[in-house]
Design a protein around this ligand. Structure first.
Ligand SMILES: [Mg+2]
Length: 336
């Protein structure tokens, strides 16, 4: 694989997480009609949180949230240790949540909050994630895709391991494995249909892992969402149908199908995808991060407008380019 191209795709994936997260930050967890009231022109650039936002009050334009922070924790784990272990994930998440006081308030999602508190109290991590079915696993999973270009079996195995402490349900693993499989395929492929096929492979394989839990089928909801985006309806009608019928909430079986649908709707153009996520309503920052991770891996960092990466770095100092370089080094070394 061309080293420069691999770098561009990995960088694009991480940039998609951060830019999607930051663009959806001001509208995060707001209903669609409330977003239209607060932002009558729509959100088509990085904006500050509206005053009094229930989670992001006072945050500035371009600022990222937990989605990007947790993604980089998983990237750190892989870059430091060369593998993903459930213990390593739990250790990283607990240290981070303690550092930023996330065990108080709404910053930490419901599955992670519940499970990490139990783990801190000494619970067995093979038990703590058995009812975790929300989208936190999918929002932070992209490093698993980045670690295994083209190797979907390894993606599914590592996804189940990463989900174990907090999201050890078939539903959460299916969503996360779908996203990570899309990314792992996009690193080595410029055909969107193949990446979508990989997503469905990951969803189906993920459903065989973890504890059994009930929820709407991610596979069937995604198929329905894809029919919707190919129906010829107007952009606004498709957004409203995704919001009302597929859903854009914190459930994995809402957020992940809608994210994949947005990627297909805009043929993998990451800026259009994350703009749609910021305006669609519901869990906008997380849908932006998930859809952005897939579109960014598909299109590469070159697929974003030029101002995006400098703005994200100026506000957040994440060093995403360095992260991408370190991934490439690790993957090229492992290949030799
Ligand atoms: Mg967030």
């Amino acid at each position: 694989m061309m080293r420069q191209k691999l770098f561009d795709k990995i960088y694009g994936c991480l940039l998609g997480v951060a830019a999607g997260d930051a663009m959806g930050m001001p509208s995060s967890l707001l209903p669609a009609d409330e977003i239209q009231r607060l932002f009558p022109e729509g959100i088509d650039s990085f904006l500050p949180a509206p005053p009094g936002h229930m989670i992001h009050d006072q945050m500035v334009a371009g600022e990222i949230t937990d989605d990007t922070q947790q993604t980089l924790l998983l990237a750190d784990l892989f870059l430091e240790t060369g593998s993903f272990t459930a213990e390593g994930v739990a250790r990283k998440l607990i240290a981070w949540a303690d550092r930023i006081n996330a065990f108080d308030g709404l910053y930490l999602g419901p599955s992670s909050m519940r499970a990490l508190k139990l783990i801190k109290d000494g619970a067995d991590i093979s038990k703590t994630g058995l009812i975790g079915d929300t989208n936190g696993a999918s929002m932070r999973i992209s490093p698993v895709g980045l670690a295994h270009p083209g190797d979907l079996e390894a993606v599914v195995t590592d996804t189940a391991e990463v989900c174990k402490p907090t999201h050890n349900t078939n539903i959460a693993i299916a969503g996360a494995a779908g996203v990570a499989s899309f990314i792992a395929t996009a690193l080595a492929c410029d055909n969107l249909e193949e990446c979508v096929d990989a997503y469905f492979y990951g969803v189906k394989a993920g459903m065989q892992r973890g504890g059994k839990w009930t929820g709407a089928s991610i596979q069937h909801r995604t198929e329905w969402a894809l029919k919707l985006v190919r129906s010829g309806k107007t952009e606004k009608d498709i957004w409203s149908n995704l919001y009302n019928y597929i859903g854009t909430g914190v459930a994995t079986s809402e957020a992940v199908p809608t994210s994949l649908a947005l990627v297909v709707m805009y043929a993998g153009d990451p800026w259009q995808v994350i703009r749609a996520a910021a305006n669609i309503g519901g869990d906008c920052d997380t849908i932006g991060a998930i859809a952005g991770s897939m579109a960014g891996a598909f299109a590469g960092a070159d697929g974003f407008p030029e101002h995006v990466a400098p703005k994200i770095e100026e506000v957040n100092h994440l060093g995403l380019e360095q992260y991408a370089n370190r991934f490439v080094e690790k993957l090229v070394l492992a290949d030799d």
